[in-house]
Design a protein around this ligand. Structure first.
Ligand SMILES: [Zn+2]
Length: 90
C-alpha cells in the first residue's frame, strides 16, 4: 500500500489526505497567457497549504456554511396565551 504525504512548501505542514489543501502558488512573468499555454516563465512555484494562503492574503477566508435559520418553537405557555387571546377576541 502506498501512502502519499502532502507537505506545504512554506510551513511544512503535512498530512496524507490533503486536508491542508495544497495548491500551486507561483509568480508568472513575461506573458499574459495562463500557465502552460503561453510564453513566459514561472519564476516561483511552490505548493502552499490553505492556512499559508490565508495568512499571506492569497486566499479569502471561506464563508461559514450557511447555517440553517434557528427554529424557535413556541412554548406551551405561548400556545396557551395565544389560545386565550383568540378566545377573548371572539
Ligand atoms: Zn503551509
Amino acid at each position: 500500500m502506498r501512502t502519499t504525504t502532502y507537505k506545504c512548501d512554506k510551513c511544512g505542514a503535512e498530512d496524507t489526505t490533503n486536508k491542508i489543501g495544497l495548491v500551486d502558488v507561483g509568480v508568472f512573468t513575461g506573458g499574459y497567457r495562463r500557465f502552460g499555454s503561453g510564453s513566459g516563465n514561472y519564476e516561483y512555484c511552490k505548493e502552499w497549504c490553505y492556512q499559508c494562503r490565508l495568512k499571506t492574503g492569497l486566499e479569502q477566508p471561506k464563508k461559514p456554511a450557511d447555517a440553517p435559520a434557528e427554529v424557535t418553537r413556541p412554548t406551551l405557555e405561548d400556545m396557551v396565551r395565544e389560545i386565550v387571546r383568540e378566545e377573548i377576541q371572539q
